[in-house]
Design a protein around this ligand. Structure first.
Ligand code: NAD
Ligand code: TDX
Length: 332
């Protein structure tokens, strides 16, 4: 795999993956990214020009996608509309990018016989009770709750159908909640950190008892590269690092790291259809492909992330005001 096409490679997780590929392989990377509000050129800025190039374009553009895939040995597909709250406000771009975009890529890899890895989310499985002893596995039935997770579920089904019906050489992964540098301030952890940094208060949806299974984005990248290199075509792998925390605990930890009182947050309007708990059992990936996460100390990963936002205000500040205005309009 000398030439890898990374869709959505200017986003939070995609850009981390591009850095990971440059550091751990000899491959050349082409990023295909529409450069939506969620993309960042800065996140790719310090990469060697002879290893990485950026094509600004849309994954629903058949001709462009066909041309780029015809010149690639493998495609890693991160491009998506990724924020649940946005999907509740306007589902339309989620249908277009996440479903039609994935269909467009599938037709091109089918024509060219190109290896595909499809990046998805644990949200396709719906949610768990707080005291459910079982976690999500590759056998858990699909039960998505939001327009975002339903669009990702649809994209997963398309990939599986193209594997079975057309022999497309694809693998899939469903990962839990990522955190780390370059995550947009609309998402939970960056929103709370930057709220405190601008002198505002953290904002917790509902009672804050919802549980997310946090994984550092660098561990997500190493898992995706492992699956791309060693995964079995047609197989799905769940990616997780045993990082379950409820939102209230995470907010309190951020407040403590920034020297604020542990109750210095507001309870705001809950998300409609808010999933209660996600939890991943990643045994298959660990035992079959030998992957292990490296950033398993969530508290120290969170402390590093807080420091990163403290030193990158020039990057997130331009997005902060509009993001908060949109939340305020919804009572959040
Ligand atoms: P992000 O919103 O930060 O980045 C998405 C990127 O895709 C952006 O750079 C954007 O410009 C690009 N994009 C959007 N529409 C496009 C289009 N039509 N054509 C080309 N590019 C387009 O998202 P993220 O958090 O980095 O998520 C990346 C992938 O990982 C998504 O597929 C998401 O479903 C999946 N995922 C995310 C998480 C998480 O916790 N963030 C967890 C599991 C899986
Ligand atoms: O201000 C907030 N307050 C709050 O309590 C925000 C933005 C969120 N929350 C809650 C909602 C969730 O329970 O925090 C939790 C995490 O919220 P998000 O960061 O929006 O993530 P989530 O909805 O869990 O989805 C994320 O993980 C799975 C990513 O955004 C998805 O792309 C990924 O598929």
């Amino acid at each position: 795999m000398n030439r890898i096409l990374v869709t959505g490679g200017a986003g939070f997780i995609g850009s981390n993956f591009v850095h990971h590929v440059v550091a751990h392989t000899d491959a050349r990377v082409t990023v295909l990214d529409k450069m939506t509000y969620a993309a960042s050129r800065d996140a790719l800025a310090d990469l060697p020009e002879n290893r990485v190039d950026l094509v600004v374009g849309d994954i629903t553009d058949h001709a462009l996608v066909d041309d780029l895939i015809g010149r690639s040995d493998a495609v890693v597909h991160f491009a998506a509309e990724s924020h649940n709250d946005n999907s509740l406000a306007d589902p339309s771009p989620f249908i277009q990018t996440n479903i039609v975009g994935t269909f467009t890529l599938l037709e091109a890899v089918r024509r060219h016989g190109t290896r595909l890895h499809h990046v998805s989310t644990d949200e396709v499985y719906g949610d768990l009770e707080l005291d459910d002893p079982l976690r999500f596995t590759e056998a858990t039935p699909y039960n998505p709750s939001s327009p975002y997770s339903a669009s990702k579920a649809a994209s997963d089904h398309l990939v599986r159908a193209w594997v079975r019906s057309f022999g497309v050489e694809a693998t899939l992964s469903n990962c839990s909640n990522n955190y780390g540098p370059w995550q947009h301030v609309e998402k939970f952890i960056p929103r709370q950190i930057t709220n405190v940094l601008i002198g505002s208060r953290a904002k917790l949806y509902g009672a804050g008892l919802n549980v997310r299974d946090w994984i550092h984005t660098e561990d997500h990248s190493s898992a995706v590269l492992t699956i791309l290199q060693h995964g079995q075509v047609g197989e799905t792998y769940l990616i997780g690092a045993d990082g379950e925390r409820n939102n209230l605990d995470v907010v309190r930890r951020i407040l403590a790291l920034l020297g604020r009182d542990e109750d210095d947050f507001d309870h705001v309007a809950d998300r409609s259809g808010h999933d209660l708990r996600y939890a991943i059992d990643s045994t298959k990936l660990r035992t079959e492909l030998g992957w292990t996460p490296r950033f398993t100390d969530f508290e120290s990963g969170l402390a590093d992330t807080v420091k990163w936002y403290q030193t990158h205000e020039h990057w997130w500040r331009p997005h902060k005001e509009a993001t908060e205005a949109a939340y305020a309009a919804k009572g959040q």
